[in-house]
Design a binder for this molecule. Sequence first.
Ligand code: ATP
Ligand code: MG
Length: 563
Amino acid sequence: MSDTDMKNTENGEKETVSRNFIENEIDRDLSEGVYTTVHTRFPPEPNGYLHIGHAKSILLNYGLAKEYGGKFNLRFDDTNPTKEKTEFVESIKADVEWLGADWEGRLFFASDYFDQMYEAAVKLIKKGKAFVCDLSADQIKEYRGTFDTPGKNSPYRDRSIEENLELFENMKNGMYKDGEKVLRAKIDMASPNINMRDPVIYRVAHMSHHNTGDKWCIYPMYDFAHPIEDAIEGITHSICTLEFEDHRPLYDWVVRELEYEYPPRQIEFAKLYLTNVVTGKRYIKKLVEENIVDGWDDPRLVSIAALRRRGFTPESIRMFVELCGVSKGNSSVDYAMLEYCIREDLKKSRARIMAALDPVKLVIDNYPDDKVEYFEVANNLENEELGTRKVAFTKELYIDREDFMIEPPKKYFRLFPDNEVRLMNAYFVRCTGYETDDEGRVTLVHCTYDPETRNGECSTRKVKGTIHWVSTSHAVKAEVRLYENLVDEEKGVYNEEDGSLNLNPDSRTILKDCYIEESIKGAKAYDSFQFVRQGYFCVDSKDSRDDALVFNRIVSLKSSFKL
Ligand code: ATP
Ligand code: MG
């Protein structure tokens, strides 16, 4: 198989589509008849919320299953009884579903297979391929050797099959304390791969499990459990991240010794990292527990729940993951690329409306007091399908404070004394004066309008600036939250001295008195809009109410990122 394929595009042209290395491997497996179908899975450990890196894994696994007409399972890897929480199970299901990865009812828990795993361990013992070991954890470590020196055989390695069977059953029956005995695979203490030096496959742990309760006091280790889970489910390609590359010989050993008819194979790819962004579950957990952020879905985080709350769409995340590609080399991607993707998705699909985030009042002195005019305005100039809306115009408006200056610098084309600008879609106005408070802060801008410039059009003269506005009597008051990186980018994510995070103290700005044009009324959680010149905003799903809207800024309009 070649690295590229020809695909027909909609208009019949041939387009060269490059295949990633996993697709090449699968193509080969299928052509050689190693497998006749493709079955993948996403196997999260329910010990936290999923993040953008997991989204890559989900979309990769799901995408491959779809591409080859195969199946995709969602499986909770809950072999570790200490950390799992039902809250995490529910959030993970919601996130995978939101991303559009349909597991079609194939939702499994590794803990559902504990009986089969126990049987598998017994099978290994019967084959003389596993033994019960009494060494302590420290001794096992010591006997294991290092990268440069081979390990030493455990003195318990040559126990008879009968003795091992009896001891393992005793382990199961709760006759030993935690750590007193373990079951180990009997492989090769001299292997250059440390993972093959008689790894522990079962341990004693007197702990309740969220799914199996107190049924078990022995639990299988990940490297033993995972290939069994895959094999039971008929997974063909077990796709995981690079840190498991050195574990692959053990994965292969387990499926070979257990003699599965259709052994799955493991393929590794590089994790997705974002530059200057906290992605590790461990760190996010710390931020949540220390109340530095407001929970796992705080919009400053890159957990999937947080991205959704911030206003990212599944389409934007899919595009991002596709742009990142799949590789074997670890690298880090700029957050700006994620921003690029959401802008691309929203720019043609969302209405562009007016909002004054830092409002200052503007009064048109020659406009009738009680008059209300409605201007018909296109919702999105790039997408006619979004239609038009009517925007109310009155004598008193709010404009953004930064659109007026008493003493403007050069090339400032917005409002200042004696200057004329266009009020977007409405009229030309000329500034005739302003009022300030005791501290010199502008409280009111006076203007006059020219009735001949209706719809912002004029054949006799031009203006250089156009500013947005909202009617004070029609606008809706709202809270708007602006975000910056949680991390101090100058310093990098981690403090080298103590491993703590370098936090940016100004990562969130809350603006309480924003005014948005009245078309915003009725906006619901997750609805998003472009606010002219300010960026894209999304109704917050937690704190917003019908009569007190709260918005998150998803992203500003400007971009430094170029594809
Ligand atoms: P973390 O510690 O980064 O939060 P994890 O590896 O402990 O993640 P798991 O629940 O074990 O989280 O991961 C489930 C799947 O997601 C695994 O197959 C894992 O390889 C994959 N995965 C985790 N992090 C990333 C990442 N940054 N990029 C791509 N895939 C990832
Ligand atoms: Mg993990």
